[in-house]
Ligand binder design. Structure first.
Ligand SMILES: Cc1cc2nc3c(=O)[nH]c(=O)nc-3n(C[C@H](O)[C@H](O)[C@H](O)COP(=O)(O)O)c2cc1C
Length: 460
């Protein structure tokens, strides 16, 4: 069997400090331009030059106020605050590209399915079918407090809400407007045939949506579904709904069983387990030679902010690491943040006992994923080995410096992977789903749960 092609997503967020705390200060870094259209359009063009499958834009709707019990460190260091809406730069990026996909994060815990379905249909129209929704359920208490709740909805219940949320969206996207509902008949003045536009009549435990979808069918109808569940509830959700799954852990051994378990659960849902595409978080520092790449890392480390790194980690895990000694080993705690984030670090093998010092060093460049440093050959070897060991499909490339890390990767690693036959040399199809599954597959596959909602009813 020919080795799998490596798929690439670029990981970014509408903020200054995404996954590399402190590095916005590096000369040439453009992270502080996150609030300009030009930053995003330049980046989109660059990624399309590198034949990236997509740009994945993370989002949170709260502030990182777990570390030291307040938001001061996050604000001072720009740690995922200020943070802008991830949807709003997409049309501008779509206007300067033809193939690049856009994965956008929106939480089912605070949005409403009726409106969110319209947001994504609109984006799918404006991008010509290149949008994906990264479904998250949120993890910051500060978000809950500012969105009308005393505290977060409990972790597992958030996934129950998300399941019904998706059911409503699938109904709106797939079953409200028939394919030939829009007739645009200028002679009769009929834009759309009302007998082919159906009310979804959803009445469930969390949502009541009796009416019709507000948008006409977009190229993909249902956007490509991304997710990153790691807990048992999260995995079940991902196995049912996700077409792309993000995974993040510091080493391959922690990812392999997770991938296998989700593929097995997807098969149990009646889905082709290989249709679920996994992307692992990784950060790459590459230069012409190994020595040059190592020198670059040394230079980068002069700018990292360990307190910003600990602020991020505290937000993800819900644990205030300032209460630990720098060399004290982390312990599991129960809270309503990301269960699996803490589990990964408290249940890693005995040889790797995680302390705040080690966590800060890891997270400082690229978050909780591995950091690969070296020449194009060294990095390509590491990527191939990681992909083959874990049975993933590609990488979610975080940057150490933006756009420098992406430029280096595209100029140095992409040609090396292409020479090895491990990376595409052209895009396939025009929509993001076709990039996943091949030309012609604009809509959900027949084994995806959204397919079950496709309009089948007889005309009324
Ligand atoms: C690469 C990656 C990116 C993620 N991005 C976001 C994000 O932008 N916003 C968010 O609220 N959660 C994000 N998450 C968290 C996931 O949505 C999810 O909560 C987490 O993976 C843990 O799964 P669990 O909730 O099932 O424990 C991300 C996770 C991963 C692995």
């Amino acid at each position: 069997m020919a080795p799998k092609l490596i798929r690439l997503n670029a990981f970014d967020m509408t903020c200054v400090v995404h996954q590399s705390p402190g590095l916005w200060r590096l000369p040439g870094d453009r992270a502080t331009e996150y609030n300009t259209v030009k930053y995003w359009t330049d980046l989109a063009r660059l990624l399309e030059r590198g034949l990236f499958e997509g740009m994945f834009i993370a989002d949170v709707v709260g502030i990182y106020d777990v570390y030291q019990g307040g938001p001061e460190t996050a604000v001072k260091t720009g740690t995922q605050v200020p943070v802008g809406d991830p949807r709003l730069a997409i049309s501008a990026m779509a206007a300067v590209t033809e193939h690049l996909g856009f994965g956008v994060t929106v939480s089912t815990t605070y949005a409403k399915p009726y409106l969110l379905a319209r947001d994504f249909s609109t984006l799918d129209h404006l991008t010509g079918g290149r949008v994906a929704w990264n479904i998250v359920t949120s993890y910051l208490d500060s978000a809950a407090r500012n969105l009308g709740l005393d505290q977060q909805v409990s972790h597992d219940r958030r996934y129950d809400v998300a399941n019904e949320f998706l059911e409503v969206c699938y109904k709106l996207w797939e079953s409200s407007w028939e394919d030939d509902a829009v007739v645009k008949d200028s002679a009769t003045g009929v834009y759309a045939d009302p007998t082919k536009v159906h009310a979804i009549e959803h009445a469930g435990e969390h949502f009541t949506v009796p009416g019709v979808h507000l948008c006409e069918p977009s190229p993909q109808r249902t956007p490509v579904i991304y997710q990153a569940g790691f807990s048992s509830k999260g995995r079940a959700f991902a196995a049912r709904h996700a077409e792309g799954i993000f995974v993040a852990a510091p080493r391959a051994g922690l990812i392999t069983p997770h991938v296998a378990a989700i593929r097995e659960a997807a098969a149990a849902e009646g889905r082709d387990p290989q249709s679920v595409k996994f992307f692992a978080l990784v950060t790459v520092i590459v230069a012409e030679t190994d020595a040059d790449a190592r020198a670059k890392e040394v230079e980068y480390r002069r700018y990292v902010s360990h307190e910003s790194a600990l602020t991020l980690f505290a937000g993800w895990t819900g644990v205030d690491l300032s209460k630990y000694g720098l060399d004290e080993v982390l312990q599991m705690e129960q809270n309503e943040a990301i269960h699996s984030a803490l589990q990964t670090f408290t249940q890693d093998d005995a040889a790797q006992q995680w302390t705040p010092r080690k966590v800060a060093e890891l997270v400082a460049i690229g978050g909780v994923g591995p950091l690969f440093v070296g020449s194009p050959k060294t990095v390509a070897d590491q990527l191939e080995a990681f992909l083959d060991e874990t049975d993933i499909d590609g990488f979610n490339l975080a940057y150490a410096t933006t756009p420098g890390s992406f430029e280096d990767f595209i100029d140095l690693v992409v040609p090396e992977l292409q020479a090895r036959g491990r990376y595409r040399t052209a895009y396939e199809g025009s929509t993001l789903r076709e990039s996943f599954y091949g030309a012609g597959q604009q809509h959900v596959r027949t084994d995806h749960p959204a397919f079950g909602y496709k309009v089948t009813r007889a005309l009324v």
